[in-house]
Design a binder for this molecule. Sequence first.
Ligand SMILES: [Zn+2]
Ligand SMILES: [Zn+2]
Ligand SMILES: [Zn+2]
Ligand SMILES: [Zn+2]
Ligand SMILES: [Zn+2]
Ligand SMILES: [Zn+2]
Length: 216
Amino acid sequence: MKALTKALAAFLVVIMLLTSLPFSGNYISLTGFNAAAASEESISCERHQLGDWTVTKEPSCSEEGSRYAICSTCNTTFTEILDKLPHKESEWIVAEDSTCLKKGLMQKVCTLCGEVLRAEIIPEKDHVKSEWVTDFGATCTKSGARHIECKNCEEILEREIIKMVPHIYGEDGTCINCGAGCDHMCHKGGLLWIIVQFFLKLLKINPVCVCGAAHY
Ligand SMILES: [Zn+2]
Ligand SMILES: [Zn+2]
Ligand SMILES: [Zn+2]
Ligand SMILES: [Zn+2]
Ligand SMILES: [Zn+2]
Ligand SMILES: [Zn+2]
């Protein structure tokens, strides 16, 4: 009895093995059949009858869009990429103005997405001249100095000596500012002055010295 059971079990195993192979073969041919059926259907639908396109995503200037339509005959869904829209260019925008020290930058950007579309260097600007700035003023004993500088970078653009100012003589014949006496030759006298004085008198010029003393 036991031997019969064993033999039956072995027989069942053999049957299962035998049937499983063709079964899996059937399974393969079944999918093969399905694929063939689908492609046959596609061939029969050479001219798909597409319904209206439905936009699933509107394109923008930064991202592509998409849309789909369904064939009313074969029910296939067709999707399509929608091209990006063109950027909308702004006017030139000064991102960083130039100075006399450094170059600047101007840009055109997309007014929709902000992307920088064009960029251009702004050349350095000229120095901006100041008024004359006095370093030290002139006196009757020393000349002065003044300069023009750039209002932005303070670079010195021009320098100039300020001429000495004349002495201002008081009644005693000395300068009220520096105390110096008049240095005109008339105060030294001598033969040369006598000759010069003669001609001054003759031509009626310079009757009085700069210090106020009478020449003739
Ligand atoms: Zn179709
Ligand atoms: Zn854009
Ligand atoms: Zn400057
Ligand atoms: Zn003086
Ligand atoms: Zn004099
Ligand atoms: Zn004098």
